[in-house]
Write a new protein. Structure first.
Length: 186
């Protein structure tokens, strides 16, 4: 596994956490006195890449609950499942469940727009119709994304996450997710 990406994400999270201070609620670009908590939903496409196969891309959905610790750091929990199975060239995947817990380091670039890095643990349970049929992968997960503030306390996010990697009967694979979501601060 390439260690450069996880190290960059950890550095982003540490740097943005250090940049925050105790008065972050007063400098939150006009969002008011929210509690720092948020919840939302993402729709994504899981990307299963195994050596020797074309990419298989089932659709997924996840509920997100988060707590903003300061302007630059949040803790996030996620739970979801597959919304549709997918197959490519006769090889198929169905996602049963997905869980994740992340530390989210944000870097505000302007009022209403920020980049973020995720680091934590994730678990994906899915069924393949080839090789080892049932698969359950858990471990370190990381990703990158962008948040866009919309009207009121709503934000739109776009992200990429590496959920898992492993080996299926001697063939290496990775499980990534590209997603778009909405969240509401309260």
């Amino acid at each position: 596994m390439n260690r450069t990406i996880p190290l960059l994400i950890c550095a982003l999270a540490a740097g943005t956490a250090a940049a925050g201070d105790g008065n972050w609620r007063g400098r939150d670009y006009g969002r008011g006195n929210d509690s720092g908590a948020y919840m939302g939903f993402t729709v994504g496409q899981l990307r299963y890449n195994e050596v020797g196969l074309d990419t298989i891309t089932p659709t997924t959905g996840m509920f997100v609950v988060g707590a903003q610790l300061n302007q630059n750091l949040a803790f996030e929990g996620r739970i979801g499942s597959g919304l549709a199975s997918a197959d490519t060239n006769g090889y198929g995947i169905e996602v049963n469940s997905m869980y994740a817990a992340y530390l989210k380091g944000s870097l505000p670039l302007s009022p209403g727009f920020s980049l973020y890095g995720l680091g934590g643990v994730a678990s994906v349970d899915y069924k393949r119709d080839f090789g080892l049929i049932d698969a359950h992968d858990s471990g370190f997960s990381y990703g990158l994304g962008m948040d866009f503030d919309l009207a009121g306390n709503t934000k739109l996010n776009v992200e990429w996450v590496r959920l898992a990697n492993g080996n299926n009967l001697g063939y290496d694979y990775t499980v990534d997710q590209a997603a778009i979501g909405l969240a509401w601060r309260f």
